[in-house]
Design a binder for this molecule. Structure first.
Ligand SMILES: Nc1ncnc2c1ncn2[C@@H]1O[C@H](COP(=O)(O)OP(=O)(O)OP(=O)(O)O)[C@@H](O)[C@H]1O
Length: 352
């Protein structure tokens, strides 16, 4: 039977009445990488600390396989952790840091050097066992921290913003490396991040959190294409949010009727349409289809790999994007029509 991690109705009330988690439930399937993603203060670190046993939940339970581990001390859980606050020992060498974890894991002294070398190979930093930790770059230090966590052959790897201190380029390459390593080792992993790009790059499943509750649990592609709430649509990637009206099964946006759009069950008259920039289709105003909004081109930004166009019309501001090859070549000030393909529109109740 698979040894999944199950979080059931977990609550956390901090002294002073802060409700950091409100009956949160989710499953981390064995071998998967699951990201807790959300804005600052949404409760993701608290949830990770409860899984690690560093924080006691106020209610609910955590199961590993069939075992209730809610009351189990941290060191008996057998989980590896890479937290920003759990830095490497600065007075030890790289090898010393990893060997320390091997000693805790009960590996014989005679086998530790060989194991250190294997772990350094794994993180693609061979031959640096004798180097002082102080002489490593930020990225190397994070990889060594990961090797140290893996030294204990953890049943679950818990990563709290492990790459947040690194510059953008290094962070991106380490994300890919870490994901490939995790897949190769099939090690069940939870990663906490507020960086949606990082979550999209690395996760099998993303748990989007907001104000102590889960908004959506899904694969990265479904979270992007089928956001379950206005919050998710806005938080993940770039989107246009357009105030609209639902009337007779159609959605009316700025006087243009968009038929055939799926309406949510709870939709009243006021709705909000979410459409991604790349889904807008631009036409010359003279060739506007019925389901299009008339706007003017305010600004065109060509960044080489992509053209981004900003469109204004009254109170409405929309952003469109396409590849340079598909760009129709409008200029600032041109009157255009932005077509909203029904299948690309997500509609949510209310005006947000
Ligand atoms: N020890 C504590 N005592 C009281 N309140 C706390 C404590 N730790 C966290 N909180 C509060 O609980 C809520 C959730 O905090 P948490 O650190 O889990 O959020 P987060 O999503 O990880 O945020 P960040 O991305 O900023 O780390 C916040 O409102 C925070 O202020």
């Amino acid at each position: 039977m698979a040894i999944d991690l199950r979080i059931e109705d977990v609550e956390k009330l901090y002294p002073g009445g802060v409700r950091a988690l409100d009956k949160v439930s989710l499953t981390v399937p064995e071998g998967a990488l699951v990201c807790f993603l959300g804005p600052s203060g949404c409760g993701k670190t608290t949830l990770l600390r409860i899984v690690a046993g560093l924080e006691q939940a106020s209610g609910g339970r955590v199961l590993h396989g069939t075992r209730d581990i809610s009351q189990l001390p941290t060191h008996e859980r057998g989980f590896g952790m890479v937290f920003q606050s759990l830095a490497l020992f600065p007075h030890l060498s790289v090898g010393g840091n990893i060997a320390y974890a091997l000693r805790l894991a009960g590996v014989d002294r005679g086998r530790r050097d060989e194991k250190v070398a294997q772990l350094l190979d794994l993180i693609q930093l061979p031959g640096i066992a004798d180097r002082p930790v102080a002489k490593l770059s930020g990225g190397q230090r994070q990889r060594v921290a990961i090797a140290r966590a893996l030294a204990q052959e953890p049943r679950l790897l818990l990563l709290d913003e492990p790459m947040s201190a690194l510059d953008a380029k290094l962070r991106e390459s380490l994300q890919v490396e870490l994901r490939l390593l995790q897949k190769r080792l099939k090690i069940t992993t939870i990663l906490v991040t507020h960086d949606q790009r990082e979550a999209m790059t690395m996760a099998d499943l993303i748990v989007v959190m907001n104000k102590g509750a889960i908004e959506q649990i899904d694969t990265p592609s479904r979270i992007y294409a089928e956001p379950a709430s206005l919050f998710v649509a806005d938080f993940i990637g770039q989107t246009n949010l357009i105030k609209a009206e639902a009337r007779d099964g159609a959605v009316i946006v700025e006087g243009a009727a968009i038929p055939g759009v799926a309406l949510p069950a709870n939709a009243g008259r006021d709705v909000t349409v979410s459409i991604r920039p790349e889904s807008l289709r631009l036409h010359a105003a003279t060739a506007a289809p019925a389901n299009a909004i008339r706007l003017n081109v305010a600004f065109v930004r060509n960044v080489g790999s992509q053209v981004e166009v900003h469109l204004n019309g009254g109170d409405l501001h929309l952003v469109g994007s396409c590849s340079p090859r598909e760009w129709p070549g409008f200029s600032e000030g041109d009157a255009v029509a932005a077509e909203l393909p029904p299948a690309a529109c997500r509609v949510f109740a209310g005006h947000g």
